[in-house]
Design a protein around this ligand. Structure first.
Ligand code: NAD
Ligand code: UGA
Length: 482
């Protein structure tokens, strides 16, 4: 390959994008490779300010174990800044780790990924890089995006005014999950490197080999690598839609989805992970990546393939609606003016991320139905909930009795404390935070209205702890007493 004699050992990494992936991924690389300088750059000044906050409790991302690493490495070989030009210029390897949300308008709107941030990053690299640079796709991208990036970089290579510059493009998708990001990054099931220049691929392999066993570092061609990432997310999401569909069937038939999961999960071929039924998958990626796959299939005329994967998203949307409808039904057909406590707003436990959280749609629907909802989450801030619900919170939840009777408009309020059960008609558990697992239901039942409901969409309550209370319990997928 013509670039091979230009590839040197990587000493300086620049990562474009200081988000949920760029931040933790680069922190772990810096921690495990003390001889490499890692610069994480972002256009967002506030985000960088938070990454540089002296108090690591104020980092923009909550992820167990992340603050400790940042504390160890920041200012030594891990740096956060807005100095995009300078850091690209110094780098031997540039990771592109920017957002790739679903397109809102134009061709492929609602399904295809919007690549404007990726293309802009590639243009920045083309403009500011020096010497030979290995460009690594870390963002999740549609198949053949590397071609687009290479095209942008090629135009810079051909610019006669620039000193010798050259590029290799690799795909290195990220498989970490939020909430367990550090664990996943430190002990990955595999690291995937897609490319067409073995020397460039080895250069990236060398970095991971600092802590990942070599047999876990897989080499593929670049298109397989891009497609494998979309496929992994689609398969994982498909399992959740599958188990959620069975949960509904369990409720209708008297079966218990936990027992069904255990029974099928003991089959080695099926495996026991990702079989927990819940309110529906959230997170910034599952829906977006499946829709991206659907778009690709449609583009290539594979309509049956597209329909198959689209049904995974459709089932998920249906599942969220089903929970709201069920609550309204159990609360005598109306929630108007009724107080409902929502436990958890993040899309899963151990993260402050709310993107595509099932809580968003469910809370919106309950408010629409006229409920007064009181939301608790240990890590999500009120401002984020306000953005997600597109509605300001009520100043005072304790409405006067008269107001309560005649108030038909739904509303919401946030509470930092868990002392929120007084006069509630229902509790709805949407995120599986540990602190919700040991609630004293006897005490809570005395505060709520008589014969109030607990709707456990995460199946984290122990029904035996409810037995001495006058609460009604609904658990997702539990048909044994419904
Ligand atoms: P994010 O929105 O948290 O972070 C992206 C960052 O990129 C933002 O801070 C944004 O300001 C910055 N950015 C955008 N354009 C830029 C530019 N031109 N120059 C500098 N900075 C720029 O997104 P994320 O969750 O980190 O996801 C990034 C990518 O990784 C996506 O493609 C996603 O699908 C993929 N991914 C995400 C996860 C996850 O758990 N969140 C896991 C695996 C893969
Ligand atoms: C997911 C994948 O697990 C990662 O491998 C991938 O890198 C990442 O997407 C990505 O590309 O962004 P993440 O979305 O962070 O990670 O979290 P998951 O643990 O996969 O959970 C996703 C959603 O599914 C959550 O809402 C979770 O509560 C739900 N879920 C998960 C269930 O309802 N049941 C399960 O059994 C597992």
């Amino acid at each position: 390959m013509e670039n091979n004699n230009k590839i040197k050992q990587v000493k300086n990494i620049c990562c474009i994008g200081a988000g949920y992936v760029g931040g933790p991924t680069m922190a772990v690389i810096a921690d495990r490779c003390p001889n490499i300088r890692v610069d994480v750059v972002d256009i967002d000044k506030d985000r960088i300010k938070q990454w540089n906050d002296k108090n690591v409790k104020n980092l923009p991302i909550y992820e167990p174990g992340l603050a400790e690493i940042v504390k160890r490495c920041r200012g030594l070989n891990l740096h956060f800044s807005n100095l995009i030009k300078e850091k690209i210029n110094n780098a031997d390897m540039v990771f592109i780790s920017v957002n790739t949300p679903t397109k809102k308008k134009g061709l492929g709107a609602g399904k295809a990924s919007d690549l404007k941030w990726v293309e802009e990053s590639a243009r920045q690299v083309a403009k500011f890089a020096k010497g030979h640079t290995i460009v690594v796709e870390k963002s999740t991208l549609p198949v053949r995006t590397a071609e687009v990036i290479q095209g942008i970089l090629n135009s810079a290579e051909l610019d006669n005014d620039r000193d010798e510059i050259s590029f290799d493009v690799l795909s290195n998708p990220e498989f970490m999950a939020e909430g367990t990001a550090i664990k996943d990054l430190e002990k990955p099931d595999r690291v995937l490197i897609g490319g067409d220049n073995l020397e460039a691929m080895k250069s990236l392999q060398e970095i991971y080999a600092g802590w990942v066993p070599k047999e876990k570092i897989l080499f593929t061609n670049i298109w397989s690598s891009e497609l494998a990432k979309l496929t992994a997310n689609a398969f994982l999401a498909q399992r959740i839609s599958s188990i959620n569909s069975i949960a509904a069937l369990c409720e209708a038939t008297g079966a218990d989805v936990r027992e069904v999961s255990r029974a099928i999960g003991s089959d080695n071929r099926i495996g026991s992970k990702f079989l927990e039924s819940g309110p529906g998958f959230g997170g910034s990626c599952f829906k977006k990546d499946i829709l991206n796959l659907v778009y690709l299939a449609q583009y290539f005329g594979l309509n049956e393939v597209a329909n198959f994967w689209e049904s995974v998203v459709n089932l998920n949307n249906w599942n969220q609606k089903r929970i709201t409808e069920l609550i309204v039904k159990k609360l005598s057909g109306t929630v108007t003016g009724k107080k409902i406590v929502i436990l958890g707003f993040a899309f899963k436990a151990n993260t402050n991320d709310t993107r595509e959280s099932a809580a968003i749609q469910i809370c919106k629907d309950l408010i629409e139905e006229g409920a007064s909802i009181l939301i608790h989450d240990p890590k999500v801030i009120e401002m984020q909930i306000e953005k997600d619900l597109q509605m300001k919170q009520m100043k005072e939840i304790e409405l006067s009795k008269e107001h309560k009777l005649f108030n038909t408009n739904g509303n919401w309020k946030f509470s930092k404390s868990l002392k929120i059960f007084d006069d509630a008609h229902a509790v709805l558990m949407l995120t599986e935070w540990d602190e919700y697992k040991n609630i004293d239901w006897l005490d809570v039942s005395k505060r709520m209205v008589n014969r109030a409901w607990v709707f456990d969409a995460r199946s984290i309550t122990d029904p035996s702890k409810m037995r001495n209370t006058n609460l009604n319990l609904w658990r997702v997928g539990d048909g044994t007493d419904q």
